[in-house]
Ligand binder design. Structure first.
Ligand SMILES: Nc1ncnc2c1ncn2[C@@H]1O[C@H](COP(=O)(O)OP(=O)(O)OP(=O)(O)O)[C@@H](O)[C@H]1O
Length: 445
């Protein structure tokens, strides 16, 4: 690793305004990327992983300045981007037109759909060579020679120069997109889900080609995927993103073998195992990713976390505590439709006790046992369910939101350093310094 990283992203933000009314007044913001920081060294691949909607693509397009970031810095030390020129900024977010043009040589992007970067009316060679022309190469023969060479480098043939995109398969089109990304000899390639749209049989070929090209061209890469197996294969380091934030970052093998954030742990538990007979505790990530327009308070993952912290006064099974918070949120945030549940039950046998049946159904719906293992918590839960059954929702909300509060929602955790650049953002490892592996494993049965 050289002293100065090729790319340093610092507190990068992209907030989309939410407007309403005829005057289009701004009423809020979608915090798609909300203060992310990382470095990418020369020749290094950083994998960026997370569920759909967590902000990966927005991070990519903001870094490359296809969209204007709303905050933070993107410090870039590429060959042509003027960083070397005394007195000029190396912050991409502040680049003027000339610097931006140079940056567009140094930093290239590859998208999930290769067709998006290919003009169907141009030969593939023409659309790759076009970039050389735009950046000042006037010699047509030279352009053709360079592109023919490159087509061979990406596993196509020089003869493919005069063919059109529709004559190629998806995998071949992604090879052409790679040639297009590489023709200006960039320092950085940002690849956003480059193999997700391809047949599984083709994926391995393209990934291995990308690995080879990276070595040959000495590229740095930001590789985005929702698929941890793909990320593991290509990345030197991995950043895990959740709802606009990076919750964990570290060397690939370290992060995979010793995850420090419950979200990473849950993502890893969903990766297919080489040997399915090997026992492992599957962690089911329940619920959808909350909206970046209204992210949860404190730790953003607390609404789904299987390790969400209990207050000292209770001694509940961890899964009970999770269910209790889900029930609380259902009542408090209005996700629970008591009348619909009651109506559904009213089709059952007439002689059953409707209120008792409703209580049982609510407990079933939220995976709450007949009785919680903690007596005080059970008393409070019982009281709140009585209110719900009686239709006293305000009272139920009051009881639940004052009795069941997790420290995880009260303030945001800061990063804990686990050594060698491995950092995570969770109270569990922050407070005791104890690793997740040393804690009792948590299962969702
Ligand atoms: N132009 C926009 N205006 C408002 N919100 C947006 C806009 N573009 C994206 N978002 C929101 O920002 C969040 C992050 O989206 P983004 O596409 O970056 O996520 P992602 O992790 O790349 O997901 P995917 O893998 O599905 O593309 C989403 O909630 C999305 O709805």
């Amino acid at each position: 690793m050289t002293e100065r990283p090729l790319l340093s992203v610092r507190n990068l933000e992209k907030h989309y305004p939410i407007k309403q009314g005829i005057l289009s007044r701004q009423v809020g913001a979608a915090r798609a990327v909300d203060g992310i920081s990382f470095d990418i060294a020369e020749g290094e691949t950083l994998g960026l992983v997370g569920e759909s909607g967590c902000g990966k693509s927005t991070a990519a397009t903001s870094i490359i300045r296809l969209e204007e970031p709303t905050g933070g810095e993107v410090l870039f030390n590429g060959r042509n981007s003027a960083a070397a020129k005394a007195g000029e900024t190396n912050d991409v977010t502040k680049f003027g037109d000339a610097q931006l043009k140079a940056f567009r040589r140094d930093a290239q992007m590859i998208f999930q759909d290769p067709s998006s970067s290919l003009d169907p009316r141009m030969t593939v060679g023409g659309s790759v060579a076009e970039l050389l022309e735009v950046h000042g190469m006037t010699d047509k023969k030279r352009r053709r020679a360079i592109v023919e060479n490159l087509l061979e480098d990406v596993g196509l043939s020089a003869d493919d120069y005069d063919r059109y995109p529709h004559e190629f398969s998806g995998g071949q089109k992604q090879r052409i997109a790679l040639a297009r990304a590489l023709v200006l000899n960039p320092d950085l390639v940002v690849a956003d889900e480059p193999v997700s749209a391809l047949d599984v049989s083709i994926r391995a070929e393209i990934l291995s080609l990308m690995n080879d090209l990276q070595e040959k061209y000495g590229l740095s890469m930001l590789f985005i995927s929702h698929d941890l197996s793909v990320i593991r294969e290509v990345s030197d380091r991995v950043a895990v993103m959740y709802l606009g934030e990076i919750v964990e970052i570290g060397d690939t093998e370290e992060l995979f073998s010793n995850p420090q954030h419950p979200y990473t742990e849950a993502l890893l538990s969903a990766v297919p195992r080489p040997d399915p007979r090997r026992k492992r505790d599957d962690i089911e990530l329940k619920g959808i990713v909350p909206s970046p327009t209204d992210p949860p308070s404190g730790c953003r993952f607390h609404t789904r976390c299987h390790r969400v912290i209990q207050p000292d006064e209770y001694d509940l099974e961890q899964s009970e505590w999770r269910s209790l918070l889900n029930f609380r949120d259902g009542v408090v945030k209005g996700g629970l439709d008591v009348e619909a549940t009651r109506e559904l039950l009213s089709t059952g046998p007439a002689e059953t006790d409707a209120d008792a049946e409703l209580e049982a159904e609510l407990r079933r719906e939220y995976d709450l046992p007949e009785r919680l293992s903690d007596r005080a918590a059970e008393r409070t839960l019982g009281e709140s369910i009585d209110h719900v059954v009686a239709g006293e929702m305000a009272e139920a909300r009051e009881v639940l939101s004052s009795a069941f509060v997790t420290p995880c929602e009260q303030e945001a955790p800061s990063y804990t350093d686990h050594g060698d650049g491995h950092r995570s953002k969770c109270f569990l490892t922050q407070e005791g310094g104890e690793s997740l592996q040393n804690r009792a494993s948590v299962r969702n049965d």
